[in-house]
Design a protein around this ligand. Structure first.
Ligand SMILES: *[C@@H]1O[C@H](CO)[C@@H](O)[C@H](O)[C@H]1NC(C)=O
Ligand SMILES: *[C@@H]1O[C@H](CO)[C@@H](O)[C@H](O)[C@H]1NC(C)=O
Ligand SMILES: *[C@@H]1O[C@H](CO)[C@@H](O)[C@H](O)[C@H]1NC(C)=O
Ligand SMILES: *[C@@H]1O[C@H](CO)[C@@H](O)[C@H](O)[C@H]1NC(C)=O
Ligand SMILES: *[C@@H]1O[C@H](CO)[C@@H](O)[C@H](O)[C@H]1NC(C)=O
Ligand SMILES: *[C@@H]1O[C@H](CO)[C@@H](O)[C@H](O)[C@H]1NC(C)=O
Ligand SMILES: *[C@@H]1O[C@H](CO)[C@@H](O)[C@H](O)[C@H]1NC(C)=O
Ligand SMILES: *[C@@H]1O[C@H](CO)[C@@H](O)[C@H](O)[C@H]1NC(C)=O
Ligand SMILES: *[C@@H]1O[C@H](CO)[C@@H](O)[C@H](O)[C@H]1NC(C)=O
Ligand SMILES: *[C@@H]1O[C@H](CO)[C@@H](O)[C@H](O)[C@H]1NC(C)=O
Length: 692
């Protein structure tokens, strides 16, 4: 009576489980967590694989490098018919959007198929973001090689890269991503990424199973083990209540067992290195119908160490046993042996061995990656800028350096884009590389101002923008930081860039008053000429001639006199647009500067005249008095009073008391008040006389 009740309950449960299980399987079979990429497949093409029903898409939207190649063989799976090959560049990377925080199975497959007619299967490396993933060594033209990891991305994308190590052209056939339940294949550290060494459907001799049998599309390989095979007996429930590992029913319905109950089931694998770490997963389900007087119970040891006792597989559901990471040996042997009272030998349905790969380097800080990618795109940088900027360390982007301490997220600390043919302005995005300590943009053609925003880089210790075409003023904060020693600043060789305190040329008065000055100069010249004419009209100079040459009450010197004054043009004290300026001494011992119009002068005689005329009528404390001139044939020269402290330029440069920045600004303000004559004369003099 009790037994009948139990059977009815059991039957009910079986039906219920059956419904549930079917429901789960149908749900999972929609490929919703799948990204299946057929590398090299022409853009926009997609198809559903004939054997698995997996929907493959082209890789075109995940990469912009490499070339698509087709394998001549036709008798191969559709997803292997194309490859993407990478004849150029050391490292070429895919970028595939994922959901961060979700566990993925990520598998890349390689089928050479002699696609390049070289008959030489290559060997190359795989990177995964900043970490080394694998070495792919293809030895057989018609052999499929896989690299697979189970990994939980921290970012919203992953970057699998193919790396040329000088042993042939890297290529890839397929990339597959499948989301897993986060509760499975758990490791003791986020940096311990597992890669299958073995995924064995031990009970199967010939068949390989994957999707749709496996909802996660794991590939289960048959086994060549010599153990006795058990297939599910007709009386046993073939339906399966899965655990999170979701083992395929077809895999769990076969098992191996030992010939005699007392013989153990032994399995082993070798480690290349004693420090290698492994995780072992064993999956059990009873496949036989046990009689009332039969029991199956066994203990599990790994390398003779006890792991689990009294394991009794159930016929209704699967049980998974996993180990803590195993390490410290070169050979691992796990052994299943029946317990004392068990009447039946142990069984095993499936097992997996995963090797730990340490992905010790975290991905570079997302903001830094976005910024540097933006800079790469802005400037079209054609360096090895592929994959993660900071890793692996040997593959750090050329010109970058990063802070890598093994614990915190790497940051970009150094950016060297010197001599890179950069044009345009310095992009504001650079200021988002907030941990930057060293920035070298020298020897490019950058224009525009030296932007304030660079001073948001609080850690910046070295800034070199020399040899560019920057214009305007160096912001005061740069100079302050440079003075205080916290910043090593180099701005040399930017002809139009001014340091506040020692502006060499045109200087900011130019942008400030340039347009006004042009008008002022015209007005002034007209005024000067008018005044000059009036004066000459009044003048009764005997040397007067009517060819528009210079006449005034200023002294006129002959060429011979000029030679004498300058001691045959012995001492050059400056050089300007018109020509060289020489030191000289007049008869009355007045020290003078003689400015000689060079015959090859670009500015020419007319301007020379204008300057002379201007100086004759304009006087200002900041202007050097004109004493005389020479206008004899080819020789044209102006004679100024020599300033004891050097010329105006030197005064301005060396001693800011003479004309402080404020005074310069006042000059500009004066303009606005209509002080045109003064300003224009100042300007003209400043620019063309003393500031070549
Ligand atoms: C597959 O291709 C069809 C057109 O041929 C298109 O409508 C569909 O969106 C594509 N599917 C994917 C997943 O790209
Ligand atoms: C990946 O995501 C980024 C941002 O979320 C988006 O701009 C980009 O188009 C996506 N790429 C693909 C191939 O879907
Ligand atoms: C290459 O692999 C195929 C299938 O795996 C096998 O049939 C063939 O013998 C192998 N060839 C060589 C040269 O190892
Ligand atoms: C099973 O295959 C492995 C290599 O894959 C080989 O080393 C081993 O000897 C084989 N075992 C049997 C029983 O054939
Ligand atoms: C199986 O492993 C056990 C425990 O390590 C060992 O004692 C036994 O000899 C092994 N048997 C075989 C057949 O390898
Ligand atoms: C279990 O019982 C059956 C008879 O019902 C008998 O033939 C068999 O030997 C028994 N097995 C054991 C291990 O006692
Ligand atoms: C099997 O494990 C149990 C504990 O789970 C233990 O009591 C027993 O001694 C073990 N048997 C063998 C043969 O190791
Ligand atoms: C095995 O069976 C004997 C007798 O039935 C019992 O005394 C003993 O406790 C059992 N051992 C275990 C480990 O269950
Ligand atoms: C990068 O920075 C580290 C430490 O900050 C330094 O040891 C290393 O030499 C730098 N590498 C380059 C290429 O500048
Ligand atoms: C400056 O860059 C040019 C190419 O842009 C290069 O030829 C030259 O050697 C560089 N000069 C220095 C000093 O690096």
């Amino acid at each position: 009576m009790k037994q009948t009740m139990m059977r009815m309950l059991l039957h009910f449960l079986l039906v219920l489980f059956g419904v549930l299980t079917t429901f789960v399987l149908i749900q999972a079979q929609d490929q919703s967590g799948f990204i299946s990429i057929d590398c090299g497949l022409p853009k926009d093409i997609n198809y559903s694989s004939l054997d698995t029903g997996i929907n493959y898409i082209s890789d075109a939207k995940f990469i912009d490098a490499g070339v698509s190649k087709k394998i001549a063989e036709t008798d191969i799976k559709q997803e292997l018919q194309y490859v993407r090959s990478f004849p150029s560049g050391v490292r070429n990377c895919y970028r595939i959007n994922v959901t961060s925080g979700i566990k993925y199975l990520i598998r890349s497959s390689f089928y050479y198929g002699n696609y390049d007619d070289l008959n030489e299967p290559p060997e190359f490396d795989l990177h995964f973001g900043p970490n080394v993933w694998d070495t792919v060594k293809l030895t057989n033209i018609s052999h499929i090689t896989d690299s697979e990891i189970i990994y939980t991305p921290l970012l919203d994308y992953i970057q699998p890269c193919l790396v040329n190590t000088g042993k042939g052209t890297p290529f890839i056939s397929v990339i597959e991503l499948r989301t897993l339940n986060n509760e499975v294949y758990v490791t003791n550290s986020a940096k311990s990424v597992v890669s299958p060494l073995r995924r064995s459907d031990v009970g199967s001799i010939a068949n390989e199973y994957r999707y749709k049998d496996d909802v996660y599309d794991r590939i289960w390989f048959p086994s060549n083990s010599s153990f006795k095979r058990l297939h599910i007996s007709p009386g046993t429930a073939s339906l399966l209540l899965g655990n999170n590992y979701e083992l395929p029913a077809i895999v769990m319905n076969t098992a191996v067992t030992s010939e005699t109950p007392s013989a153990p089931l032994n399995f082993s694998w070798e480690a290349d290195n004693v420090n290698d770490q492994f995780y072992l997963y064993m999956h059990f389900k009873e496949v036989e119908e046990l009689a009332a007087n039969e029991t199956r119970s066994f203990n599990i040891t790994v390398n003779d160490k006890f792991w689990y006792g009294n394991v009794t597989p159930k016929s209704l559901y699967t049980t998974a046993f996993s180990t803590k990471p195993l390490t410290g040996a070169t050979r691992y042997l796990f052994s299943l042996s029946k317990t004392e009272n068990s009447t039946l030998p142990p069984i095993l349905n499936a097992y997996e061995v995963y090797k730990v790969k340490l992905f010790s380097q975290l991905e570079t800080h997302q903001d830094d990656v976005d910024t540097i990618t933006n800079i790469k795109n802005t400037y079209g940088v054609t360096r090895n800028w592929q994959g993660d900027p900071c890793g692996p360390v040997n593959y750090m982007w050329e010109g970058l350096n990063c802070s890598i301490d093994g614990y915190s997220i790497p940051r970009i600390t150094s950016l060297n884009l010197a001599s890179s043919g950069l044009t345009g302005e310095i992009p504001s995005s650079i200021s988002k590389l907030t941990m930057l300590e060293y920035l070298d943009l020298s020897n490019n053609s950058l224009n525009g101002p030296l932007p304030d925003f660079l001073m948001q880089l609080r850690s910046l210790k070295v800034l070199n923008v020399g040899k560019n075409k920057l214009v305007g003023l160096v912001p005061i904060e740069f100079l302050d930081r440079s003075k205080s020693g916290s910043l090593s600043l180099s701005v040399d060789d930017n002809p139009d860039l001014c340091m506040t305190e020692s502006c060499k040329k045109k200087n900011v008065v130019v942008p400030l008053v340039a347009s006004l000055s042009a008008l002022a100069v015209i007005l002034l010249i007209s005024l000067g000429i008018w005044l000059f004419r009036r004066k000459t009209d009044e003048d009764t100079s005997p040397n007067s001639n009517n060819k528009g040459s210079m006449k005034s009450k200023h002294q006129k010197f002959s060429y011979t006199e000029i030679l004498k004054i300058t001691d045959n043009f012995k001492t050059i004290i400056g050089e300007g647009g018109f020509g060289k300026v020489y030191f000289g001494i007049l008869k009355d011992q007045t020290q003078v500067a003689v400015k000689r119009l060079s015959p090859s002068s670009k500015q020419g005689y007319k301007e020379f005249q204008s300057e002379a005329q201007l100086l004759m009528v304009v006087h200002h404390r900041n202007l050097v008095p004109l004493l005389g001139y020479c206008d004899e044939g080819q020789t044209k020269a102006l004679i100024y009073k020599y300033m004891a402290n050097g010329n105006l330029q030197q005064l301005l440069v060396k001693n800011s008391n003479i004309l402080s920045w404020n005074e310069r600004l006042n000059i500009a303000v004066d303009t606005a008040h209509g002080n045109v004559l003064f300003l224009a004369s100042y300007f003209l003099h400043f620019v063309s006389v003393h500031f070549p």
